[in-house]
Design a protein around this ligand. Sequence first.
Ligand code: ADP
Length: 226
Amino acid sequence: MIYFDKVSKTYLNDTKALDSVSFTIKPKEFVSIVGHSGAGKTTLIKMILGEEKPTNGAVYFESVNIGGLRKNEMTDYRRRVGTVFQDFRLLPNLTVYENIAFAMEACGRTDEEISADVPHVLGLVDLTKKMMNFPHQLSGGEKQRVAIARAIVNQPDIIIADEPTGNLDPVSTYDIIQILKKINDLGTTVILTTHNKGVVDSIGKRVITMEGGKVARDDKDGKFAI
Ligand code: ADP
């Protein structure tokens, strides 16, 4: 569970990015966060990742205050959160297989686990055939599928997908959303930020709409309303 308790964030230049934001995300939910540029979506995601601390209020993961974690506790916590970004962030000199294996090695997983789990997650994103390709040999949609496979391979509790379809054509966008829905059906919490009205409407799950640093709407079976 993630719990935002009256979270405000004022940056050093006096910009109020979040203004007393409160909501709860339960385990296994699929939540889309939408809003115009500057509404506070990135700041909100950074709070969940522990990259920014609230000026007031607190963000909790289960009963733990994320802003109060020490360095080694933060490393452990971040392993429970998988991330997917608009710009993919794959390592260009490693193959698809190696990109995912690398993420497993960083978490201290054994060679046996790596050789069993990498093909498994690549199967989930339907990329088994591209295992030995390098990122530059993949389409945008395929790169994002690798990034998703990498995000889930260490079995995180939460996946944060920050504008994952921002660089993709409509067909690849559809594929990525289907994969995120599948991962959610398998029991992982998914938090998605997007500008894409069609994406939000097709998911048909909870939508939090941010406006000027506040939660303007929180709809259970939401539609894109801005
Ligand atoms: P969004 O992701 O919805 O576009 P952000 O969270 O990036 O919104 O930004 C919210 C507000 O905070 C904006 O006015 C933005 O200019 C400001 N902001 C974001 N990051 C910083 C920062 N590091 N320093 C100062 N102001 C920032």
